[in-house]
Structure formats: structure tokens, C-alpha cells
Design a protein around this ligand. Structure first.
Ligand code: AGP
Length: 601
């Protein structure tokens, strides 16, 4: 979604703003802009120079005059109110052109505010909700920007992360409510951004703002107030390096992140299972008296939750419910003794944050599973389990999904009462995962070949059973989001209840055939499918010679305990989606209309 950046310090802000905006491109956007407070000559009034356009930051940069100024802001917009146009791109100015604003979030009462401001004589140049903020601040501004911003924000209903500046002033006023905002702390310079990726090039230390915070940021100082009171926010070290947020020689971030999975799994396991003793040491504590678990999440994180549902059910015999976070608002079941877990790699997905808030309001204990330190979900949930994937830049989640699975398996194992032999076997299974995943990655060439065969089709079905049905869902999601091929996942046994009507020579089927109790029924489903004409590509383990006779192609995977098969099947399906999208020439890291973290309802 939208990304915002700001700079106040001793250097020219323009190149810093542009580089920071490029670091936020992964969030997804359709237009961009920068505003710089220009150091005017003494005899002329200070001004704000704004440049904005539709399209990529690099394209805007080509037509950008060199503007000098030590304070500025920038924005990448993902349209919500109004079409994609230069006028609707941020920053937005007030009538005088002396106050500039960039904003992430949604102002719900913007229409009534705009009507009121128009009656007062304000002229609007865009269709956005954001522009009302600039005009409201203009109404209240008489020399004290912080005060004017506070008064204007008090009138807003909705969510925001904003940066505001006034021409000629050496400071930015920034604020947040339910939209992420951080301050990167430098030496005689400070940086503001929607997430740490934007500031990694300049500093390793950040302050995470809390809801309701208003901060005045200059090169020399940062002062924060909340509800009028001065507050201190801890300065924290960013646990990610610049290199981790770069492509490192890979053609796409997604491919790099797929290949980082053995390391990401190892890092997430580290500290939780000892390499010598079969121990799991988690910081997560289960309250006495809790009788079931409800997991809320969106997209890929929801698929991880569905796999978790099987694993927790199997190992702990604990009832688990899984809800798409945006549906949780419409959910009205008894939750007296329910532990609510929210899974979100970004920790900023609004639907998931709102679901966790609702759970807390209902009095349920809450646990967040996230990859981003300091993200909003870590402030809302009572307990946090951090996955350790490092930054994920590609819009398609890959390594964060893998480590969410690690987290769920660890949680399930830690709450289960298992026979020691079974327990040790599972620990061994976890330990072997990085090398098994690496073996799948080593077969990348063969999977790419299958992807080339899949690439001309317009529709693909993915089928699985049991634990691997959600894996099929994840495979279909990966394929549709980056290759734009329509892909649907079905529990294999369900195809004959309707989707069979669509099967034919032009609808290939990817079938996950794991050697567990789902294997025989899966073969039955495959035979029924083959009788109707589709090509079938099977994911099958090494040594399964029978499968060849029933399908058209086989992607071979190393043997593992079937409980761990989702890890290997998912990697193969990620590679299948990646190489299909590459064959079709799609913009893999920045798929159309998608955003990395979805911070709007
Ligand atoms: C994954 O490939 C998607 N881009 C998307 O479904 C994503 O998983 C979803 O938006 C949830 O994000 P989160 O994990 O950051 O909450």
C-alpha cells in the first residue's frame, strides 16, 4: 500500500527521498511524488516545490529538476479515493501552497469535512481524502504547526500516518493512528517512513511511534507527545541488514526469498530447539483454562493457519478454528475460553489487526505470529512469536509463509503431550527441514521445465487432501498473483461436486500426492480427472514409482514424515508459480493491483 518518507537534516533531501521511496516500492503503488521545502534567497518567501506523477519512481526521477532543500517528504500512492492521476498523487498542499501533507490510511469523514471546507472557501485540487488534512491544518495554523496538526487530526475519523511541513521551517510534524510510522534516528539528521526498509541505507536505529503519537522531527531532535503529554519512545536497533533487503544477484526478490528458505527455517528454529537436546523453549505461555484456539489471518498467512489447524489438531487434540480475518467481524460464536492467534508476516494487515482488537475486546488472550519487529500487531497482541525470515520484499509471500509454518509446528509440539519417541522424531523432522528444502531448490531446473509447459494455459486447478489441501490453496494463490493465470484449489474429493464441469484438455491439474492416508483416495481422484482429459502434474515423493502410470508429469520431492510434507510441497509450488510467471513475462515482484502490506479495510 502507500509508502511515506520524510527527511530533516543537513543534507539535500531530494536524493535521500527518492532512494527511500525506491525501497518502499515493494509495498505496491501506482503514482508517486516528493515535496521539498526550498531554501529560498533571503529576499523571497520560502516555498514548497512539489513534483508528482503516475507510474514508477525512476520515471518521475527522470523528469525531476534538481531541487535543493534540507527538509522534505515523499510518497508512493496506492489509489483508494480517486483515480490514478498526477493530481491525486501525494504530496497535497493547502490553498496557500505553504503546507504540504503526505498520508497513508483512510479518512472516513473526508466528504463532510471537504463540504464544510469548500463552503468556507477552500479550493480542492484532487479527489483524495488526504487533501482535506492540508486544508484543515491551514485553518488552524498561526505559527505553531504541531498545535495546528493536533487540532486538525482531532477532527478526523479513520486511520492515518501523516507527515506535514510548512515552507521555510526546518522540521516535520508526523503522526499516526492505526497506520505504521517509524522514525529512523541519524546523526544530526532524522528520517521518517512507513517501514524500516526505507531507512536501512541510512541508519540502523529506529523509534516506533504508537497510536496517537505526534512527533516534531528536525535534524537535531525528536520530541513526541501523545494526548498532549510528552512521551518517550524507546530507540531500537533494526535486526535487518541493508544486504538482506537487496536482490543479491537474483533476478527478482521473490526468487531470492525462495532460495533463502533453508536459512529462514533454521533461524526461526534456532533458539527454540536445541541442536543437541530435543528441547523446545518458547516464550509463549498458554493460560490455564483455555479450551480452544481460534486463528485469524489473511491470504498466505491464512493458508499457514489452515495447515496449523491440522497440525495442532493432530498433535494436541485441541479444537482449532481458523477464520479469514476480514470475516471475523461478522463472526458470533462463543469464545469464553478461546485463545486467539493472529498471523501476519507484515504485522500491519488492517483486517488482522482489527480481528485481534475485537478478540481483546471480548476478553480473549491473544498471540501474534509476525516477521516484523515493532509492527502494529506486536503492540496489540499480548504475546508475540517472531518468525526470523529477515525482510521479505517480493509481494508474494514465500519465506515468511515457511517460517509461519515452523512457528505453528513449534507451538503445536510445545502444547502437545507426546510420547518421548514421537517427540524426538518430530524434533528430528524439524532439524532436517533446511536440508530437505534445499534438495527441492536443487531441482529448480526440472520444476522450471514444468512451469514452461503450464504457462500457456488460462486456468489451472490445484488439488490436495488433508494437510495438503491448504498447500494446494497456497499454490493456487501464488500462481494467480504473479502469473495472472486463473488458478483454483479444491480438496480433491470435492471436484466431482461441481468443478468437474470445467475439466477438459485446457485445464491442467496440479495434484499433491503425499504418502499418507490421503494417497489412495488421491489416486482415485486423479483417475477420475484423467478420464475427462486434463493434463495432471503430480507432486510425489522420491521412490513412489506407482504414480507415473496415472499422471502426465511428476515433480519429485525428497521423502519426509508426511506431517512435514507441506514444507516441501510449498517450495515446489512457489518455484512452479515463479517460473510460470517468468515465462509469461510478468512483473513478478510487483504484481498489478497488489500491495505487500494491506493497510486498508
Ligand atoms: C501473499 O502472497 C499475498 N501477497 C497476501 O495474500 C498476504 O499473504 C496477505 O495480504 C496477508 O499479509 P500479512 O501476512 O502481512 O498479514
Amino acid at each position: 500500500m502507500c509508502g511515506i518518507v520524510g527527511y530533516a537534516g543537513y543534507r539535500d533531501s531530494q536524493p535521500i527521498l527518492l532512494e527511500s521511496l525506491k525501497r518502499l516500492e515493494y509495498r505496491g503503488y501506482d503514482s508517486c511524488g516528493v515535496a521539498i521545502s526550498v531554501n529560498s534567497a533571503l529576499e523571497t518567501a520560502p516555498t514548497i516545490e512539489v513534483h508528482k506523477d503516475v507510474g514508477r519512481v525512476v520515471d518521475m526521477e527522470k523528469n525531476l529538476p534538481c531541487v535543493h532543500g534540507r527538509v522534505g517528504m515523499g510518497h508512493t500512492r496506492w489509489a483508494t479515493h480517486g483515480e490514478v492521476s498526477p493530481a491525486n498523487a501525494h504530496p497535497h498542499l493547502d490553498c496557500s501552497g505553504r503546507i504540504a501533507v503526505v498520508h497513508n490510511g483512510v479518512i472516513e469523514n473526508f466528504q463532510s469535512l471537504r463540504d464544510e471546507l469548500s463552503r468556507e472557501g477552500h479550493h480542492f485540487s484532487s479527489e483524495t481524502d488526504t487533501e482535506v488534512i492540508a486544508h484543515l491544518i491551514e485553518n488552524y495554523y498561526s505559527g505553531d504547526l504541531e498545535r495546528a496538526v493536533a487540532r486538525a487530526l482531532a477532527e478526523l475519523v479513520g486511520t492515518y500516518a501523516v507527515i506535514v511541513m510548512v515552507a521555510g521551517h526546518e522540521e516535520l510534524v508526523v503522526a499516526r493512528r492505526e497506520s505504521p510510522l517509524i522514525i529512523g534516528v541519524g546523526d544530526k539528521e532524522n528520517f521518517v517512513a512507513s517501514d524500516v526498509a526505507a531507512v536501512l541505507d541510512y541508519t540502523g536505529s529506529v523509534v516506533y511511534l504508537e497510536d496517537g503519537d505526534i512527533a516534531v522531527v528536525s535534524g537535531e531532535s525528536i520530541t513526541i507527545t501523545n494526548n498532549g503529554d510528552r512521551v518517550q519512545r524507546e530507540r531500537q536497533v533494526i535486526p535487518w541488514s541493508v544486504e538482506e533487503a537487496q536482490k543479491g544477484g537474483y533476478e527478482h526478490f521473490m526468487l531470492k526469498e525462495i532460495h533463502e528458505q533453508p536459512k529462514a527455517i533454521e533461524n526461526t528454529l534456532k533458539g527454540h530447539i536445541s541442536l543437541i537436546e530435543p528441547l523446545i523453549a518458547l516464550d509463549v505461555v498458554k493460560d490455564e483454562g483455555l479450551e480452544d484456539v481460534l486463528i485469524v489471518a489473511c491470504g498466505t498467512s491464512w493458508h499457514a493457519a489452515l495447515i496449523g489447524e491440522y497440525v495442532i489438531g493432530k498433535l494436541c487434540h485441541l479444537p482449532v478454528r481458523v477464520k479469514v480475518a476480514s470475516e471475523f467481524n461478522h463472526y458470533d460464536m462463543a469464545m469464553d475460553k478461546t485463545w486467539v492467534w493472529g498471523i501476519s508476516q507484515s504485522g500491519e494487515t488492517l483486517d488482522t489487526l482489527q480481528a485481534i482488537k475485537k478478540a481483546r475486546a471480548l476478553g480473549c488472550p491473544t498471540l501474534a505470529i509476525t516477521n516484523v519487529p515493532g509492527s502494529s500487531i506486536t503492540r496489540i497482541a499480548e504475546q508475540v512469536f517472531y518468525t526470523r525470515s529477515g525482510p521479505e520484499i517480493g509481494v508474494a509471500a514465500t519465506k515468511t509463509f515457511m517460517t509461519q509454518l515452523v512457528a505453528l509446528y513449534l507451538l503445536a509440539m510445545s502444547f502437545a503431550s507426546l510420547d518421548m519417541m514421537v517427540y524426538e522424531g518430530l524434533i528430528e523432522g524439524l532439524r532436517l527441514l533446511p536440508s530437505k528444502v534445499q534438495q527441492v531448490l536443487d531441482e529448480v531446473g526440472k520444476i522450471a521445465q514444468h512451469a514452461r509447459e503450464l504457462s500457456p494455459y488460462a486456468n489451472v486447478f490445484f488439488i490436495g487432501r488433508g494437510l495438503n489441501y491448504p498447500v494446494a490453496m497456497e499454490g493456487a494463490l501464488k500462481l494467480k498473483e504473479i502469473s495472472y493465470i486463473h488458478a483454483e484449489a479444491y480438496p480433491a474429493g470435492e471436484l466431482k461436486h461441481g468443478p468437474f464441469a470445467l475439466l477438459g484438455r485446457t485445464t491442467p491439474v496440479v495434484a499433491i500426492t503425499t504418502k499418507d492416508d490421503t494417497y489412495e483416495p488421491m489416486l482415485t481422484s486423479i483417475k477420475e480427472i484423467k478420464a475427462r482429459g486434463p493434463q495432471v502434474i503430480a507432486l510425489a515423493e522420491e521412490g513412489d514409482e506407482d504414480i507415473e502410470q496415472f499422471v502426465d508429469a511428476v515433480i519429485r520431492l525428497p521423502q519426509v514424515d508426511p506431517l512435514f510434507s507441506p514444507f516441501l510441497n510449498s517450495v515446489a509450488l512457489q518455484l512452479l508459480a515463479y517460473y510460470t510467471a517468468k515465462e509469461r513475462g510478468c512483473p513478478i515482484d510487483l504484481p498489478a493491483n497488489l500491495a505487500k502490506s494491506v493497510t486498508v479495510p
